[in-house]
Design a protein around this ligand. Structure first.
Ligand code: ADP
Length: 567
């Protein structure tokens, strides 16, 4: 008998035939064509026997006796559904073939070529059905993934879901999401992973500089598939050894040209290799992950912005309260003294003069308060402009520092022949007035205050205002240069103030390209210092919108305004 070669896909064929010899003939024919064949012995347990060997195709003889062919076909359909093809072989009479049979073939006389063609067609149909099923389940998986992301309740749920779902869809034993940490310049494993302990997830790190240069570069090389991880020189050997990785697939999570992170699955169940098709699925999952990771980031940003807005709102109300109070107090004083002068006709002239002086000084105070409020508005709306001029520092300090604020003496320490600088003298005067009047306000009367200036290197000068007053507790230094910040101590709060002066001073100094800071010891006194570039026109950079905003209070040790800056 001439056996034609298989013309289509090969598969596992089970034969159920009442005649063992005939079954052997058929088996030989199919085996020669390359198929795997199992012969099932007819009888009461025949259906179970066929189901156990999970064939792709079953050849059932039409003339089976016990159980009859129709019962066997029904049993197979019930157990295996559409995942098996059934071909009935009939002798002379094709009547009585059940409807759920996939095809029939005349067995007497048998046409080998025809049988081959039918078997191949049925197996091809089955393969196509399986591909379709896989695609459907992948699509369903992707859909489920994006659906679940939108419901995800925070980072933990999201990363846990992403790693588990990706691993399950790709039949991998492990999965993890890595995100780019721009400060450390590394991709960092996000807990919880799947099939990894929290400690293992912590150790999943990939530095983008250094070693990674000689290894796989996700920006240049794209996704990665490795079925022999232990021997793969593209991977980080320590990490692979530490986690005992066998096989690995990694797809970048990207937004435009930016790599936000990586989606990694490892160790195929049963040590089977990952295929290119698997990598495509991982890429599709990473695409979904991009949306989710972005959503989470935006969600977090909105939450933060919301918290900030609430804080602004609180500060605004507090500010309005303070301003209203600060306006009311001098207004009451002005009104009171004006009334007295008006009503008390026989006031001695000195008292009258003193009252009028108080009216003038309270009016000045009001004007100052109004100016500060206006200036803050200008700064916050980006309308603050600088008028840089050449300033001769020595004479300027002598003229700008307010000396007659109280009975505190102000000592000037300015070396002769000091260089000229480029700065906005009006704004600088404002900073000096604020620092010196603070030194006076927060010192006991009679305590002396020192203003000194020095060169730092060739490009900067440093001006310091030193007092021996209340000082500032270290834990409150960090936020002192922020809007509305006031030291929360009984003694400090006895002195009236708005907490705006240092905020304005910081912005002005930074507007000159300089820095401002404070060193202080409670009970001993404070030194407020600022460094200014010799030429602010060159060093100055425009304030970024974010810098105009409040920064959240930072701990004193980390604050650029706490302690003397280096260099
Ligand atoms: P104001 O003095 O109007 O409250 P500032 O912004 O100038 O506002 O100062 C903020 C806070 O810093 C003050 O309220 C005060 O608590 C503290 N402070 C400023 N200068 C000194 C100083 N020289 N000594 C002690 N505390 C100071």
């Amino acid at each position: 008998m001439i056996t034609p070669a298989a013309t289509g896909p090969l598969g596992h064929v089970a034969i159920v035939h009442e005649d063992p010899e005939r079954a052997e003939d058929l088996a030989r024919l199919l085996r020669t064509a390359g198929h795997r064949v199992t012969i099932a012995v007819p009888g009461r347990r025949v259906v179970q026997g066929v189901v156990d060997c999970s064939p792709d195709l079953v050849l059932v003889s039409h003339s089976l006796g016990d159980p009859p062919m129709a019962t066997v076909v029904k049993g197979l359909r019930q157990a295996l559904g559409g995942d098996v093809r059934i071909l009935v072989l009939y002798g002379f009479d094709p009547q009585g073939v059940p409807g759920d049979v996939d095809d029939v073939e005349r067995a007497e006389p048998l046409q080998p070529t025809e049988l081959q063609i039918r078997v191949s067609r049925l197996l091809r149909e089955l393969a196509e059905r399986r591909v379709l099923q896989k695609k459907t389940s992948e699509l369903l998986g992707l859909y489920k993934m994006s659906w679940a992301f939108s419901l995800a309740g925070g980072a933990d749920v999201l990363y846990g879901h992403l790693s588990r779902h990706s691993a399950e869809m790709l039949k991998a034993e492990r999965g993890v999401v890595l995100l780019y940490d721009s400060e450390r310049r590394q991709l960092v494993g996000q807990p919880p992973g799947f099939g990894l302990t929290p400690e293992e997830v912590q150790r999943v790190r990939y530095k983008v500089d250094g070693e990674a240069d000689s290894r796989w570069n996700f920006r240049k090389n794209g996704p990665l598939l490795s079925n022999k991880a232990q021997a793969d020189t593209r991977l980080l050997p320590d990490l692979v050894a530490d986690l005992k990785l066998q096989s690995l697939m990694i797809a970048p999570i990207t937004r435009g040209p930016k790599i936000l992170g990586l989606l990694a699955v490892a160790d195929r169940t049963g040590r089977a290799p990952f295929s290119d098709e698997d990598l495509n699925l991982l890429l599709a999952l990473a695409g979904q992950a991009t949306i989710a990771v972005e959503n989470l980031r935006l969600h977090d940003e909105i939450k933060k912005a919301n918290a900030l807005l609430q804080e602004y709102d609180r500060l605004k109300s507090e500010f309005v309260g303070i301003v209203a109070h600060d306006f009311r107090r001098p207004l009451m004083a002005i009104r009171g003294f004006a009334e007295l002068v008006l009503e008390e006709q026989d006031l001695p002239p000195e008292t009258r003069q003193e009252f009028m002086r108080t009216v003038i000084s309270e009016t000045d105070h009001l004007a100052l308060l109004a100016n500060d409020t206006l200036l803050i508005t200008q700064i916050e709306t980006g309308q603050l402009s600088y008028n840089f001029r050449e300033v001769d520092v020595g004479p300027f300090l002598l003229e700008a520092v307010p000396l007659g604020l109280s009975d505190n003496s102000v000592l000037m320490d300015v070396p002769p022949g000091f260089p000229r600088i480029w700065a906005d003298p009006d704004r600088l005067r404002q900073v000096l007035t604020n620092l010196v009047s603070n030194a006076v306000k927060y010192s006991a009367s009679g305590e002396s205050i020192v203003v000194r200036v020095r060169e730092r290197g060739t490009q900067h000068i440093v001006i310091e205002v030193v007092d021996h007053g209340l000082g500032i507790p270290p834990e409150q230094i960090g936020k002192l240069f922020q809007k509305f910040a006031r030291v929360r101590s009984e003694n400090h709060l006895k002195v009236s103030g708005t907490g705006l002066g240092l905020y304005i001073s910081r912005l002005i100094v930074e507007g000159h390209g300089g820095q401002i800071w404070v060193e202080s010891e409670p009970g001993k006194g404070s030194t407020f210092g600022m460094s200014l570039p010799i030429d602010a026109r060159l060093a100055r950079r425009p304030l970024l919108p974010a810098e105009k905003d409040e920064k959240p209070p930072s701990p004193a040790a980390d604050s650029p305004t706490a302690g003397r800056p280096q260099g």
